[in-house]
Ligand binder design. Structure first.
Ligand SMILES: [Zn+2]
Length: 505
């Protein structure tokens, strides 16, 4: 046998073997459980935290697992100052997310965004936080793929900033916005905010609860399998493996803001307990790896798996008729087999369709490019039905279309001449007019505008002291303005669908 033939044979058998194992795995029936491991890498005070981040990065890499490390800008600067190129190199095998520029130094995110409205807040978030993004981009050669706030310091204006940066995922654990415990889109960003493992994976005092963590994972795995696949989001902080108390609680609790010269080191775990913490974590990871349908993913993998298939697709007349048909005075998101639509997207599609039809412009394709943001402020609800002449309705639709094209944002108030109207009522009427036109029917001489409600607001929490229980906040901190602004962004809320083309991998 010639060498070439041998090589071919070798090549064929290697390929066959590879395909065999790959296809066996691929053909095994059943869904996939995606495990997203992420690490809030935030402690720039205790030097041992850098070592902990490196050790976790290395032990995961040894297992071929890529995780998401959400770094604080000041942590990256601390690596530079102490010349920890080894830590940077270890982290660079994983995906880098962003966890604000200074984390717990005051004012934190929610503190400085509470007094600001939408536009000013987005600009202020960008001004304060962008330097950390730029540093991470330079250090790791890529834009951070995920963002998460410090503690419970959430604010809706963050989403405006993330869209500016092109950061695709909000990866955190919190209760300000929730949608049935599943990933969702909010502000045009994929949100993964449920972490059911949080309470059960951390070791207790005598490290006797490993089995409890395993049981919790196993039951979540079974639940996801029964649901046809899904995500399990698990987070840690590298500093948890070396400290007894968080670096920021030691220094910035209850609004304290000492200068760097007065920062104190938090108490350390004993070397034995620190070792046992790493071991506890390793054993849990090794346990998760044994499940046949587990696949470890990063934030950008999640963005791909849950990608927003409503964007850049062409909507047929038939689909637009279905979309218009679904709209009533309870404005909410819409779910179709292959895509979902946020209320602001329904608003946009139907406005573009109406504008095109009534101005008798070309029959160009109706598409979506980006989720329009919600309004900046809330309009007074209509006290009762109003009658708007068709000619006025028509002129207003064209104005709304122009506003959407310019700012891709729902107007706070829509004017029918001298009559102000909230966008909810406009959408309900616009959907009815779109239905008539798509049906080939005549439009009426007078359009009825009636009170309507944005029901997706229910998924954004009412302001409550429990939302702001983070130990770093000044005592009695509350942010009613942020939650009110958040409810306006409920225009952008919709479920995220696990992509069918990748579900059976
Ligand atoms: Zn944090």
């Amino acid at each position: 046998m010639g060498k070439k033939f041998l090589w071919m044979l070798g090549g064929i058998s290697a390929v066959a073997l590879l395909c065999g194992s790959v296809s066996l795995r691929a053909q095994r029936p059943g869904p996939t459980v995606y495990v997203a491991l992420w690490f809030d890498t935030e402690d720039y005070i205790l030097p041992q935290s850098a070592e902990a981040a490196k050790r976790i990065a290395v032990l995961l890499r040894q297992r071929d697992i890529r995780a998401t490390f959400k770094l604080v800008g000041e942590v990256a600067r601390s690596y530079e100052r102490s010349n920890r190129t080894d830590v940077i190199a270890a982290l660079s095998h994983h995906e880098i997310g962003y966890h604000t520029n200074f984390h717990s130094q005051h004012p934190t995110l929610a503190e400085y965004l509470e007094p600001l409205g939408w536009e000013e807040g987005v600009a202020e978030f960008d001004r304060r936080e962008r330097p950390g993004v730029e540093l991470l981009r330079k250090m790791f050669g890529a834009l951070p793929t995920a963002f998460g706030q410090p503690g419970s310091s959430w604010a809706p204006q963050i989403y405006g900033g993330l869209r500016k940066w092109g950061s695709p995922v909000y990866l955190d654990a919190m209760s300000h916005v929730r949608l049935n415990g599943k990933p969702f889109y909010f502000g045009g960003i994929l949100n993964i905010l449920e972490s059911e493992m949080a309470g059960s994976i951390r070791p207790n005092e005598d490290f006797s609860n490993l089995q409890e963590g395993k049981n919790k994972f196993s039951s979540l795995y079974e639940r996801r399998m029964a649901e046809g696949g899904g995500i399990i989001s698990i987070y840690y902080h590298p500093c948890e493996f070396v400290h007894k108390e968080f670096w920021d609680k030691t220094n910035f609790a209850k609004g304290a803001n000492p200068p760097p010269a007065d920062w104190k080191l938090p108490p350390l775990l004993s070397p034995e307990d620190s070792e046992a913490s790493f071991r506890h974590f390793e054993q849990l990871v090794d346990y998760m790896m044994r499940f046949p349908r587990v696949k470890f993913i990063t934030a950008s993998d999640a963005a791909q798996l849950y990608r927003d298939t409503a964007q850049r697709r062409v909507y047929s007349r038939r689909e637009l008729a279905d979309i218009a048909e679904q709209v009533d005075s309870d404005i909410t998101f819409q779910i179709y087999p292959n895509y979902t639509l946020a209320p602001s997207e329904v608003f946009s599609l139907l406005t573009f369709y109406l504008a095109q039809q009534i101005s008798e412009r070309s029959n160009a394709a109706i598409t979506l490019s980006g989720t329009p943001f919600g309004p900046s402020s809330s309009a007074a609800r209509l006290s009762g039905p109003q009658e708007i002449p068709w000619g006025q309705f028509f002129r207003t639709v064209l104005e709304v279309e122009a506003t959407l094209r310019k700012s891709n944002k729902i107007p706070s108030v829509i004017w029918f001449g001298s009559t102000p109207c909230p966008p909810e009522s406009y959408l309900a009427a616009a959907a009815e007019m779109a239905r008539l036109l798509l049906d080939g029917s005549e439009v009426p001489d007078v359009v009825q505008i009636a009170p309507a409600t944005l029901t997706t607001e229910q998924y954004v929490a009412d302001n409550d002291p429990r939302l702001w229980g983070w130990v770093i906040f000044p005592e009695n901190f509350s942010a009613p303005n942020l939650m009110a602004l958040g409810k306006l962004q409920a225009w952008t809320l919709k479920p995220a669908l696990l992509s069918t083309s990748t579900r059976r991998r």
